[in-house]
Design a protein. Structure first.
Length: 565
């Protein structure tokens, strides 16, 4: 499996010899010595910026990682890439940049690593798309690598209770419904996010951090400490040290991120009730390693995986609560002891999953906690995500069923061709109990960029309609979304998928109660659907130049991970 460094050619050797004297002169200008230049060059890539609190821990954590690398025989070279804040981009034109940024992150890290002949990669990220973007780059480069999460935010306190950013989004709907005052909303706004770190619930960032651990690409226990916890500095140092061990032993991402490792990651995410965005990110990361993860894999694994972690949204606990009882290793140990994980998968520790978890207690062995349940007493017998298919979604759609009580719905369609017009209708309180809201032309190509719909879904929930209204879209949802909300519907409307021909009043039927046979249909005959599709006219692209136009031309189907190559 391993490729010892005596047989693994270090890319930095390209910078040796008389012909490379100019190259080394540039590096000496930055203070590098003969010793520095003789050691493996280690890229330390992260997403620090002042756009979002999610990434602000990266700069000081990078210094700990660099110290460890330097003390263990490497020469660290730090660089940064972009990171889009989903929260600040939410609900307006900026949201189209979010998923697009995942590709830019992966591409930019790849280019920096290739251009400067770095031998290994320490990758660190904090917000939703930066985590999969970094993991995609790791898979693509296939150099010794390790991933570190920047850390979760601590929960806010509002009138004696814990709150998250999800609470604020839902409060907007409560305000629109006259349930709270503007002063209440302002008070909540000011306390919901008490410091740096990524959104506190099991939303997309914390889900993907858990995925990084379950894949074996992050040190055990590193996903859960808050960004401001001293433990995170220790994990940064230990991760740098572990990376140098990977370099010495020649262990590559392809040795770690196998098909079985992706099954482990999917199992852990489904058992925790994680974000629907894993249906985009896991296939995209796997693609970089030549591995195919499909919706059929989601269905197969969700059918055998119990939902055992009581996490927000929908559940009671945030990531810091999971950290207090032992973090993701507790979930993994519980699943491993039940025979639900591949224990022989290699990890960045140089040990297998089973070896890493040998001394970890499972949920049944931990007294006085109800964050993670034993497998024989789960919150739900199957996993937290169900794939639905039918005449409205031939390629499938994704619905998060964790902590969701209503799994069936039949109702009339309320159709919107963009998110903004739907948001305005919600604000005017035009959505009624029983409705099925349809937001289309917001898929990977259509928006372009497949924006999240949290502003709409949270407002619906805030108005008290969370159990009475369903929502369908060829876009996607925030990890904070809850309710009977189906995203990733494919084919998307922009390319002529059946969602493009739905009309106001058409009856739509949803059944997510059976994880093996999730169903999404519009009550039209095949001929009626075909007749409407024949009359349908494809829309003009919304962008004709720039990054979004380029993305729209290259991006593929949501069910394949919305990859661009």
């Amino acid at each position: 499996m391993a490729h010892p460094t005596d047989s693994l050619k270090l890319r930095s050797k390209e910078l040796e010899g008389p012909a490379r004297a100019p190259h080394r002169a540039f590096m000496r200008a930055m203070g590098l010595t003969d010793r520095d230049l003789s050691q493996p060059l280690i890229g330390v890539a992260h997403t620090w910026n002042e756009a979002t609190p999610c990434n602000m821990s990266a700069s000081f954590l990078a210094q700990e990682a660099k110290r460890a690398i330097a003390e263990h025989g490497g020469t660290p070279r730090e660089f940064v890439t972009i990171a889009v804040s989903d929260g600040i981009a939410m609900g307006h034109e900026g949201m189209k940049a979010s998923l697009t940024s995942r590709e830019v992150i992966a591409d930019s890290v790849e280019l920096m690593m290739r251009a400067h002949c770095y031998d290994a990669l320490f990758a660190m990220a904090g917000c939703d798309k930066s985590l999969p973007g970094m993991l995609m780059a790791i898979g693509r480069l296939n150099l010794p690598s390790i991933f570190l999460y920047g850390g979760t935010i601590k929960p806010g306190k509002f009138r004696g209770r814990d709150v998250t950013i999800q609470t604020v989004y839902e409060a907007v709907g409560q305000y629109e419904a006259g349930l709270i005052s503007e002063e209440d909303l302002y008070e909540l706004e000011c306390v919901a996010c008490p410091g740096i770190g990524s959104c506190g619930g099991l939303f997309t960032a914390n889900t993907m951090a858990s995925v990084g651990e379950a894949l074996g690409m992050s040190l055990p226990g590193s996903a859960s400490p808050p960004a401001v916890d001293e433990a995170r500095k220790a994990f940064a140092y230990e991760s740098g040290k572990a990376l140098m061990n990977l370099v010495k032993r020649g262990i590559l991402p392809s040795d770690i991120m196998t098909k079985e490792a992706f099954e482990n990651a999917l199992t852990v995410a489904l058992a925790m009730g994680g974000s629907t965005n894993i249906a985009l990110h896991l296939p995209a990361i796997a693609h970089e390693l030549g591995i195919k993860i499909t919706f059929d894999d989601f269905t197969r694994i969700t059918c055998r995986t119990p939902h055992i972690a009581d996490m927000t949204p929908g559940g009671k606990y945030v990531m810091e609560d999971l950290h207090r009882i032992g973090g993701v290793p507790v979930v993994m140990k519980t699943l491993l002891d039940a025979g639900l994980l591949h224990g022989d998968c290699m990890t960045v520790t140089g040990k297998t999953v089973a070896e890493n978890l040998e001394h970890v207690k499972n949920a049944e062995q931990l007294a006085d906690q109800d964050v993670v349940y034993p497998v024989n007493r789960p919150l739900r017998e199957s996993g937290g995500i169900v794939i639905v298919k039918g005449n409205l979604a031939p390629e499938g759609g994704v619905v998060k069923v964790a902590n969701l009580k209503k799994l069936r719905h039949v109702g009339p369609a309320r159709v919107f061709d963009d998110e903004q017009s739907c948001a305005e209708a919600v604000a005017r309180r035009e959505i009624k109990p029983g409705d099925v809201v349809v937001i289309r032309y917001v898929g990977p190509k259509g928006a372009p960029g497949m924006p999240e719909m949290l502003a709409v879904t949270a407002a619906i929930r805030g108005q008290g309609l969370g159990q009475d209204v369903a929502l369908l879209t060829d876009g996607r949802f925030s990890g904070a979304t809850s309710g009977l909300m189906i995203g990733h519907i494919g084919p998307e409307a922009f390319v002529g998928g059946p969602i493009a021909i739905v009309r106001d009043g058409d009856l739509i039927e949803i059944d997510a109660s059976d994880p093996a046979n999730g169903m999404l249909n519009v009550r039209l005959t095949e001929e009626e659907i075909a007749q409407r599709l024949r009359a349908w006219q494809p829309p003009q692209p919304k962008y004709t130049h720039g990054a979004l136009a380029k993305y729209a031309r290259q991006v593929g189907r949501a069910c394949d991970g919305a990859i661009t190559h």
